[in-house]
Design a protein around this ligand. Structure first.
Ligand code: FA5
Length: 331
């Protein structure tokens, strides 16, 4: 009997001292497991005198129950503590500032191109893609340049072969459309153009152009000027005025260069934006269009000029240098 009391108090002390549930499991096996010391007491029961056996058995069971109860409550307490520790360990501070996402921004020229497409589209012009690597015949022949015409020298460019070149003007789209479409139509394109140019503040070897043209009955210079004015006002504000001056391009007659000015931009100075005119009858006839019935206008312009005016940028080379300090100003 003393052994029962001794083992019980040993077991209870071990339970109380266990620091974690793993240790508790060891204590359980040590005393109550199959070969545990309290379980082992029962094995000696046969050696006792018969009248003591019942009392001894009851005492051992009592001891077992007592130790088991202690184990259960200690385990609960330890588990609670272990969970608390785990929670503390895994705690997330949801108020901590996050990592700022590293978002890019749309390049100022692309912003301008998107705006051009929106405004031209709004005026009923269909957008057409056209190739940067262009055939000589579309870049020049189809546009009424006679062979060896000096006007070609103004657009000296990069030849891939005698027939293929980097286009010098987006007007090269005209022949491709005239081959496939019958009037009326309104079409435009935006894209890169290339010229073997002495590069300076306002001239690049690579730059963007918009080119638009429209063919319908009774189209006149008035439609051209009205369309251009609506377009540049959409881009740069309602106060913009458009000035025409006579100019020569083989593919228009009459031809003009046009400049724009706004009291709010560039100190009201005139900025030449592009060339325009009524599509030359030679071109219309070449594509079988009845010039008694139809006429058309065309205009082209340099894209960089617009953000230069709008933001007071005095050198177009900034647009192509990819200096983020410059580009981030247009976020
Ligand atoms: C043309 O390219 C004609 N295709 C425009 C045209 C279209 C006339 C339809 C009539 C009818 P020009 O070479 O002037 O024309 O160029 C047009 C515009 O492109 C210029 O006014 C200018 O804004 C821009 N540009 C021309 N060369 C450069 C360059 N090297 N760098 C930047 N912009 C340029």
């Amino acid at each position: 009997m003393e052994e029962v009391v001794r083992l019980t108090s040993l077991a209870l002390a071990a339970v109380a001292e266990a620091k974690d549930t793993a240790r508790l499991r060891e204590v359980e096996l040590e005393f109550l497991g199959k070969s545990g010391s309290i379980s082992g007491l029962m094995r000696g029961i046969g050696a006792l005198p018969a009248e003591e056996r019942k009392g001894f058995g009851e005492a051992v069971n009592q001891a077992r129950i007592e130790v088991e109860t202690a184990l259960v409550s200690r385990r609960r307490a330890l588990r609670e503590g272990e969970l608390q520790a785990q929670f503390a360990n895994e705690a997330l501070d949801v108020t901590m500032p996050g990592r700022a996402p590293n978002a890019g921004l749309v390049h100022v020229l692309q912003q301008t191109i998107d705006e051009i497409k929106r405004i031209m589209g709004g005026m009923g012009f269909e957008y057409h893609e056209s190739p940067e690597l262009e055939e000589f015949r579309y870049n020049f022949d189809a546009l009424n340049y006679p062979p060896n015409h000096p006007a070609m020298d103004e657009q000296d460019t990069f030849y891939i072969s005698d027939e293929v070149l980097l286009r010098t003007q987006c007007t090269a789209l005209q022949g491709r459309v005239f081959e496939q479409r019958k009037p009326p139509f309104r079409v435009f394109t935006v894209g890169r153009t290339f010229r073997n140019e002495a590069v300076d503040r306002t001239h690049g070897h690579t730059f963007y152009q918009v080119d638009a043209f429209m063919v319908d009955e009774g189209i006149s210079m008035a439609h051209l000027k009205g369309t251009l004015a609506a377009f540049v006002r959409g881009m740069l504000g309602d106060e913009v005025t458009v000035r025409f001056r006579p100019d020569f391009f083989p593919f228009v007659e009459p031809g003009v260069d046009y400049a724009i000015s706004s009291p709010r931009l560039f100190d009201g100075r005139w900025v030449e934006l592009g060339g325009a005119g009524l599509i030359h009858n030679n071109i219309l006839r070449r594509y079988g269009i009845d010039t008694e019935r139809y006429s058309g206008f065309a205009f082209g312009l340099g894209v960089e000029r617009m953000p230069m005016m709008k933001h007071g940028v005095d050198d177009l080379r900034y647009f192509f240098e990819n200096d983020l300090r410059f580009l981030r100003q247009f976020a």
